[in-house]
Design a protein around this ligand. Structure first.
Ligand code: CO
Length: 134
């Protein structure tokens, strides 16, 4: 059901600093960068082999991610797995009684569909499902 890892996301407080770190120290090229207003975050995707590293920073002081960072600090935020059939996967999870954040897929940009699974019951790890356009 799960394909490969699509991306691993880190919560960071300062996107510029973090991009500089991964660019200058680790040699990753800058890639796409996007402000997602509905989630109050600014994201950057850095290509890393056949998957990506995502950096997620709060876009404003009242961002939910800001409170997350105050509570838990910087670090691993979520792991995104590639799926072929996100609607089918969500149905399967619902049938198994898995607690979801998104009951139905929503747009993840670039034509992809995404949905988040609640970390409760997933060993404390926030999981994102990603269906890329065929
Ligand atoms: Co993500």
């Amino acid at each position: 059901m799960l394909g490969r890892i699509d991306h691993v996301a880190l919560a960071v407080s300062d996107l510029e600093n973090s991009l500089a770190l991964f660019h200058e120290i680790w040699g990753l090229e800058r890639a796409t960068r996007e402000r997602v207003e509905e989630q109050g975050v600014e994201e950057a995707m850095l290509a890393l082999g056949d998957c990506s590293l995502q950096l997620v920073a709060p876009a404003s002081e009242d961002s939910r991610l800001m409170r997350y960072l105050e509570r838990r600090g910087e670090g691993l935020h979520h792991i995104a797995f590639r799926v072929d059939d996100i609607a089918g996967t969500l149905k399967h999870l619902k049938d198994k009684g898995v607690e979801l954040i998104d009951d139905s897929p929503r747009s993840g940009g670039g034509g992809s569909l995404i949905a988040f699974v609640h970390p409760r019951g997933q060993n404390g790890v926030l999981i994102e499902l990603v269906q890329r356009p065929q």
